[in-house]
Design a protein around this ligand. Structure first.
Ligand code: SF4
Length: 343
């Protein structure tokens, strides 16, 4: 079977080509086509001899993931529907914003956590994505954005990245390598529903990345209902893990709070959020709920959002209202469901 190059560390990539009799200099040239120029078809590697191009095609697998649909939003974000070799469907979203180009990436096929506000959570969980399937999304996005650069990466697509920590960390190590994308750790964020032991493992791993925690209520009974993971790792333990991550890595954790009228925006929830975040060194991102097919909840009005935010502004931490992007293509936070566009 041909080895899939997108799964390899740059050093492994080069060694593999060397083992097939290709010189180090030539192997590095091929690696540069792959990572710096986003060219994944050896036939297009114009400074490689034609005979070698044909051999490369025969001996190595240069493919990423199959793009089966691409849907553009009015706000310029683009959702890609992708097929893996075992015919699983996943989605990723590219979000341009001025000079910043963010990729929202998936880490699993489906998700086992069943958060009540999330379309992915209503799907059956199938499996973790492999390193090559995660890196493949990144390289597809980098290629789509050319001549502009992919600047930010957020693991906020389908799945819980901390359940697939080995493949996520291996991918981060690949893209952070100077021989690949030299991607800055400050520009990657892993978002978790709150897998407490894995937050500590990530902090101890030595691999740098920012962390976001999807909180959505600082009252255990409410969070139990919104996010069943809270029954396993309640708020007290989650808060300790957030504090641990901050102390071990020096990165401030982002608390994500999806605002849902009638569920987590009342006085009691505001007071609880203030108590939870008040003595932590965190940043709070407020996100208006985005509609999903399996819920009847509504999006909060602009005045409800402003009133909620105002009650938090005197906290020490930054409280930022996040714009929802890609709602018209079901590509916004919580909406990814691995579906083809209905035409
Ligand atoms: S919010 Fe994240 S952890 Fe929760 S169901 Fe959705 S994808 Fe899974």
């Amino acid at each position: 079977m041909r080895v899939k190059l997108v799964s390899l560390f740059p050093a492994e990539f080069i060694s593999l080509l060397q083992a097939e009799g290709i010189s180090t200099w030539r192997a590095r040239q091929i690696l540069r086509w792959f990572y710096s120029r986003s060219v994944f078809d050896p036939q297009e590697m114009s400074d490689i001899p034609k005979t070698l191009r044909a051999e490369l095609m025969e001996r190595f697998d240069f493919t990423l993931l199959e793009v089966i649909d691409r849907v553009g939003s009015r706000d310029k974000s683009v959702k890609f529907v992708l097929r893996t070799p075992d015919v699983s469907i996943i989605e990723m979203v590219v979000i341009p914003d001025g000079k910043k180009n963010t990729l929202c990436i998936s880490s699993q096929v489906g998700c086992p956590h069943r958060c009540a506000f999330c379309a992915t959570g209503s799907l059956p969980f199938r499996r973790n994505l492999q390193t090559g399937e995660i890196n493949g999304q990144i390289l597809l996005a980098a290629s789509y954005l050319q001549p502009h650069k992919l600047t930010n990466l957020v693991f906020m697509g389908m799945g819980e990245p901390l359940d697939n920590l080995d493949n996520v960390l291996r991918t981060l190590q690949i893209i952070q390598s100077d021989d690949a994308l030299s991607f800055s750790p400050r520009r990657t964020t892993i978002s978790t529903c709150g897998i407490v032991p894995a937050i500590r493992t990530l902090a101890d791993s030595g691999i740098k990345t920012k962390l976001a925690v999807s909180l959505n209520s600082a009252i255990d009974a409410v969070r139990d209902r919104l996010m069943p993971i809270n029954r396993r790792y309640p708020l007290r333990e989650l808060k300790d893990a957030i504090d641990y991550f901050r102390r071990k890595t020096s990165y401030r954790v982002t608390i994500e709070y999806i605002m849902i009228p009638g569920i987590n925006m009342d006085d009691q929830n505001i007071r609880a959020l203030r108590r939870f975040a008040g003595d932590l060194s965190v940043k709070i991102n407020l996100i208006p709920f985005n509609p999903v097919a399996h819920q009847t909840w509504r999006t909060p009005s602009a005045s409800e959002v402003a009133a909620f935010q105002t009650r938090l502004l005197d906290l020490k931490c930054a409280v930022i209202l996040r714009k929802s992007r890609g709602t018209d293509i079901a590509g916004a936070c919580g909406q990814l469901a691995g579906q083809l566009q209905q035409t």
